[in-house]
Design a protein around this ligand. Structure first.
Ligand code: NAI
Length: 720
């Protein structure tokens, strides 16, 4: 709703919908009524629109999007304001985003507090601004700057918005007082002069025809697969080309077209899923509502290798001091050099100044003495993936660190309990699984063990946010969630290659679908020897030796192409050849290699595998459905509590296209009945792959018609 009051002949309309005054039907109606009332009240000379609780307005109420349109639309309220003779002033503090900025752009004037930020972030949920933003912002900020704001969705600070022409004044002190004063100072000025409707789009010397084509081409390549940025360009270009009312009409058409599109639904889902994951709970009790995080003021990282150096960099760039520990001076120097190199990379990209980088480095304390970890609040262990070594490290950490220190392991495969039991504080041991490259990848998979306390979980969940990651809490099992789902996905890719596809064909299917990289390119990037060692180690533990001729492993279908590539020294990019060939060792451009195709042919002839034409559709279905089936098993076992957690893991861990929501959302759109039937068919066709055994939960859900938001509950393992 909106509160109406009068002071000093100025009507004050205060938007009121905690926490951020989202423009619900009630707020829009309240605003419209307030404006009408002020227009008709002879004692009112001017109007101030402001927000309650420190924010102007954060935009539309997204939850109402699926309910159709009710109440007055922003442009209807705006049209009324356009006709007002009394000046309407938007007094902005906090944020004016999306519909909030659009309301402000309909006001005759806009003033803002220094802390304010304004923006049109609709593109992030697959939309364009639909309340006049694409038509009015270019009239205030000029074509180029408005286009940038609308296409990127990035908000701008008050001072910049003032320079751009979006604001008329930036003020300090009480925003409402300033608003009233400003409004009275404009009471005698003809409002039509200040009305954005009456101004042309500022082109600042740009030619709309050449600019339009360039902008479309740029957006098409930068936001590959996303439809909303293209529509943003089209709408802003249109605003520069056609009369105001026609542009508003077109904007509305585009907006409604996008609102019902699959992409916007998926992006809205992803938006809410990211908020859902903060609501964690432990099977033994304790959840985000009751557990208190302990303050983390300093961190230690053990192991300055590939992962540790990047993790330490995340810590120091978020303002926390970090002790980086290595086993000897040589490895320590290597680690610090790598960290510096990554930091300088961000300076080169203009994301940080050289001075800021130096400040970050001053927070780093490289060390070879465990004594330096005595007083830190948290330690993240990132030594080799070797249980014996990790247990030794944890035993020493337990003895050295103060009793409250939380001990985290970055293990990618080991059970958390197997590490925790090396200490006398298993309640303070937890998994913090970063993804490579650890400085850049946003996902942080936090894994609780059977004795991890709620406080420890609360601490790592908050820590994840502090270092600007996306933390998701999961239970402990082989591969946790991300790698467990990745296993059948990559296995199917290799089986498809054995059966007749080429690595390049598989990769292009995945990239056409929207994945940033194909699985074979990723394998070359991270090193084929890495998967080789993991497989060999798993086999060794079972007393089995994997050879180039192994077709089965533990009774399961197995593809030994990796063993063949390693045998030939094809370890990936680092050796200049792997599934592809490169311009040389360390090369980055993958080229199809006839030698690899020959290796595959020889492999198949030797094992009697008949090759055939494997179609793109089959590749996509097999890889995705095998992984989705695993996702349902993960839910069924309570490793995750809701499908949203799995989807966020895929969005941030593997770059699943956000406009497709995530694999579980994607499955919901395919229809669970169809998904289940397909998986059953594949199970019959490939009986030697455990990953095709259909999930019991999926079977149940395929009959129930329950929406995705209820799948966790249906699994019976949901704790919240
Ligand atoms: P790495 O081999 O690059 O680095 C490990 C470092 O630990 C080495 O520099 C080594 O000198 C150091 N180290 C060994 N013992 C030590 C000790 N007692 N005290 C101090 N430092 C010691 O290994 P990487 O790839 O960084 O992996 C580390 C951990 O992260 C492993 O548990 C791995 O499974 C996990 N991980 C690795 C990912 C990857 O893509 N490389 C992804 C996610 C997790």
């Amino acid at each position: 709703m909106a509160e109406y009051s009068i002071r000093d002949s100025v009507a004050i309309i205060q938007l009121d919908n905690a926490p951020v005054n989202a423009l619900s039907v009630a707020v829009r109606t309240g605003l419209y009524d307030g404006i009408e009332r002020a227009a008709g009240d002879g004692s009112v000379k001017a109007v101030v629109v402001c927000g309650k609780g420190g924010n102007f307005c954060a935009g539309a109420d997204i939850k109402e999007f699926d309910e159709g349109s009710k109440g007055p639309w922003i442009t209807e309220i705006g049209d009324f304001m356009d006709r007002m003779r009394k000046p309407v002033v938007a007094a902005i503090e906090g944020v004016a985003l999306g519909g909030g900025l659009e309301v402000a752009l309909f006001c005759h004037y806009r003033i803002a507090a220094k802390n304010a930020r304004v923006g049109q972030p609709e593109v992030n949920i697959g939309l364009i601004p639909g309340g006049g933003g694409t038509v009015r912002l270019p009239r205030a900020a000029g074509f180029k700057q408005a286009l940038e704001m609308i296409v990127t969705g990035n908000p701008v600070r008050a001072e910049r918005a003032l320079k751009m022409g979006v604001l008329d004044e930036v003020v300090s002190g009480n925003i409402l007082e300033a608003g009233i004063k400003f409004a009275l100072s404009k009471a005698h000025i003809d409002t039509s002069l200040a009305c954005l409707r009456n101004r042309p789009v500022r082109m600042d010397g740009l030619n709309i025809d050449t600019k339009a084509d360039a902008a479309l081409a740029h957006v098409k390549s930068k936001y590959k697969g996303f439809e909303a940025p293209m529509f943003c360009v089209k709408a802003v270009v249109n605003a520069a080309r056609v009369p105001y009312d026609d542009a508003i009409q077109k904007e509305r058409e585009y907006f409604f077209e996008l609102r019902t599109s699959g992409q916007s639904q998926a992006l809205r889902y992803a938006f809410f899923a990211e908020r859902q994951i903060a609501r964690w709970g432990l099977p033994g009790g304790g959840d985000y509502r009751t557990a208190r995080a302990i303050p983390v003021r300093s961190v230690g990282v053990v192991g300055a290798g590939t992962m540790g150096a990047g993790i330490a960099l995340c810590i120091i760039t978020s303002g926390l001091p970090c002790v980086l520990l290595e086993q000897n001076q040589e490895f320590l120097e290597k680690g610090v050099t790598s960290l510096r190199g990554q930091l300088m990379g961000t300076v080169r990209l203009g994301k940080m100044t050289a001075g800021e980088a130096e400040v970050c480095l001053s927070r780093l304390k490289p060390s070879t003495s465990m004594e330096d970890l005595k007083h830190v609040d948290m330690v993240i262990e990132a030594v080799f993936e070797d249980l014996k070594l990790k247990r030794e490290v944890f035993e020493r950490l337990d003895k050295t660190c103060k009793p409250e220190t939380i001990l985290c392991t970055n293990t990618s495969t080991l059970d958390i309990d197997s590490v925790a039991t090396a200490t006398g504080r298993p309640d303070k041991v937890v998994g913090t699984h970063f993804f490579a490259p650890s400085y850049l990848m946003k996902l942080l998979e936090n894994i609780y063990g059977s004795r991890t306390s709620p406080e420890t979980v609360a601490t790592v969940m908050r820590f994840g946010k502090t270092i600007r990651k996306v933390p998701v809490l999961v239970g402990s099992c082989t591969g946790f969630v991300a790698n467990r789902m990745l296993a059948p996905y990559t296995a199917e890719a290799q089986f498809c290659v054995e059966e007749g596809a080429s690595p390049a064909q598989v990769d292009s299917v995945l990239m056409d679908f929207g994945m940033p990289m194909g699985t074979f390119r990723v394998s070359d990037l991270s090193g084929i020897d890495v998967s080789f060692s993991i497989r060999r180690e798993a086999a060794r533990k079972l007393g089995v030796t994997l050879t180039v001729d192994s077709r089965y492993f533990r009774g399961q279908r197995h593809c030994s192409l990796i063993e063949r590539l390693v045998e030939k020294g094809r370890l990936g990019r680092k050796t200049g050849k792997g599934w592809y060939k490169y311009e040389g060792p360390g090369g980055t451009v993958p080229l199809e290699d006839p030698d690899v195709l020959e290796i595959i042919e020889t492999h198949c002839r030797a094992l009697g595998i008949e090759r055939r034409n494997v179609g793109s559709h089959e590749i996509q279905e097999r890889m995705q459905l095998a992984m989705i089936n695993e996702g349902f098993k993960i839910l069924e076992e309570g490793i995750c509590t809701r499908a949203e957690e799995i989807d966020v893991i895929w969005l941030y861990g593997f770059g699943w296209p956000r406009y497709l929501g995530g694999p579980m959302f994607y499955a919901s759109k395919l229809g669970l009945k169809r998904v289940f039937e397909k998986i059953c068919t594949f199970h019959k066709r490939f009986p030697h792959s455990q990953h095709w055994v259909p999930s019991v939960l999926l079977g149940k859900l395929s009959e129930s018609g329950l929406p995705l938001s209820k799948w966790g509950e249906a699994a019976g393992t949901s704790r919240l």
